[in-house]
Design a protein around this ligand. Sequence first.
Ligand code: SF4
Length: 391
Amino acid sequence: METSAEGAAEAGGSGAAQGDSPVSVDPATTTEAVTTGEPVTAVEPVTTVEPVMPVQPTATAEPVTPVQPTATGAPVAPVEPVVAAEGVAGVRAVAGGAAGVVGGGAPVAIVPASLSPSRASDFMQCPLLYRFRVIDRLPEKPSEAATRGTLVHAVLERLFDAPAAERTAPRAKSLIPAQWDRLRESRPEVLELFADDPEGERLARWLGEAEQLVERWFTLEDPTRLEPAERELWVEAELDSGLTLRGIIDRVDVAPTGEVRIVDYKTGKAPRPEYAEGALFQMKFYALVVWRLKHVVPRRLQLVYLGSGDVLTYDPVLADLERVERKLLALWDAIRQATESGDWRPRPTKLCGWCDHQAHCPEFGGTPPPYPLPVRAAESGDRTQGRMGPD
Ligand code: SF4
C-alpha cells in the first residue's frame, strides 16, 4: 500500500541512489509474454538471476501467515494497529508510556512502539514529519492520488475472489463502483475530495483514471494465471532487539516449490533507475519480516507500477535482509532518542510540497504544537538526525 507521501515520492522520484543492485525496471512493452500464455515469470527478465517460478495454486506450499512475535527481545508496549487511514496509520501504545491525552476528541499522543515501511520512510525523509504523524497524530487531508490508490488496491484484491478464468479487465473495472461505495462508507472523509464538484465531473474523471490504472495492470500481470497465497496480508514480527516491524503486503505468491514472491502495487510511476533502491526499501522491509517469521528469504520482490506500466523486480539474498535489519535498528535508535529528547528536526526537501503540516513547521514559519510526551535533557552522546538513506 502507498501513502500520500509515497505517492509524492514516486511522482517526484525521490530516494537514495545506489546503483549496483540487480534491479530491473521493465517497461510494459517487454511483457508481451503475459498475454500470450507464457509463464508468469517470463514477464520480468532479470538477467542476473534465475527466473522465479510459475505461480500455481499453493496446495502444498505453506502460506506466509502472520504469527505472534517471538518473545526473545525486550518487552514492548502492546500495540493495536490504527487502520482507519492508510497514510497516517500509527500504533497506539495501550500501556506503558502513552502520555499527553488531548481532550475534545483531538488525537492522542502516543509513544512509537513499532515500525512500518511508511513510517520508517517518513523519518528518513523528515524527522519532524514523523513526529507529526506518529506522535502528534495531526490530521491530514485525503488526497485524490492516495485515495485512488486505495480504491485500485481494493479492486485488484477483490478480483481474486473470482474464478481464475473470470479475472478479466472488464470484470475488474466493474468492481470499481462497489469498491468506491465501500471506501466512502469506511472513510467518509474522502467525500471532501469532491465536495466542490456538484456536477460530478471531476469524480467521473477520477474514476476514469482509476479504470485506466486497473486496465494497465492487465498489461503487466495476468491474474488468470495467478493464485495468490495471500492478499493484503498483515504481518508483524519482533526482532531480537525488541523492535517490532509490521506492515501490510499487497500480495504474496508461493510456488509449489515453496519459493515466495512479494508483490506490491503502486499507482504512481516507476522511479528513475538511480532511485530504485529507495523504492525497494519497503520491499526489503517486508522480506525481512517474512524471513523473521518463516525463516525463508523471499525469492523475488516485485513492484508493479500501474502509473507508468513498469515492473521493478529484485531478488534478495540474506545479506540484503541483514543489512536492512541493521539499518532499521539504527533508525529505531534515532527515533527513540528523538522521542525521549523531543528533538525532532525538520528536513526540508522538495517533498515538503506534499506535506500537510507546513503550518506547524518552522521551515515554513509555523510552530509545532507543544510536545506531548515527557522529555529528558539531551546527552552528549545522542546521535544527530543526519540524513538517513533507505539502505
Ligand atoms: S514541511 Fe516541514 S515537516 Fe513537512 S516535510 Fe517539510 S520540513 Fe518536514
